[in-house]
Design a protein around this ligand. Structure first.
Ligand code: AMP
Ligand code: ZN
Length: 120
């Protein structure tokens, strides 16, 4: 998609701090890290969000998820653990509409109860 920032990162027309790449996926550091280690894993193919996935995207989704521990090991955070998040839609906090998994680690990740949406 020509106006998609992550498609531009895949195409190399805008820079990224790339960590891992294979035929199907790309991993790079988040530009605004929310943890000491914060990287994104994206499929090279444009898919807007998890809401747009069907059984046809099963391989793509598994490639994204399987890249997560691979990159986490490479960055040395796999043993301690990390959080993986897929924000979906505006209500889920998604701002870039190209499917991506956030991976946060390298420090103490707060319990999920601290990350619940505000109730009012
Ligand atoms: P989300 O809010 O789940 O859509 O996450 C989008 C993420 O992409 C945010 O954490 C941004 O900081 C990150 N981001 C946006 N532009 C770039 C970029 N050019 N390089 C790396 N990360 C980016
Ligand atoms: Zn895209």
């Amino acid at each position: 998609m020509s106006d998609c920032i992550f498609c531009k990162i895949v195409a190399g027309t805008i820079p990224s701090r790339k960590i891992y790449e294979d035929d199907q996926v790309l991993a790079f550091h988040d530009i605004q890290p929310a943890a000491p280690i914060h990287f994104l894993v994206i499929p090279k193919q444009h898919v807007a969000s998890l809401n747009d996935c069907t059984s046809e995207h099963a391989a793509l989704l598994s490639q994204v998820l399987l890249a997560v521990p691979k990159v986490a090991r490479e960055l040395g955070i796999a043993a301690d653990g990390y959080r993986t998040i897929l924000n979906t839609g505006a209500g889920g906090g998604q701002t870039v509409f190209h499917l991506h998994a956030h991976v946060l680690g390298g420090g103490v990740v707060r319990p999920m109860s601290d990350a619940l949406p505000a109730t009012n």
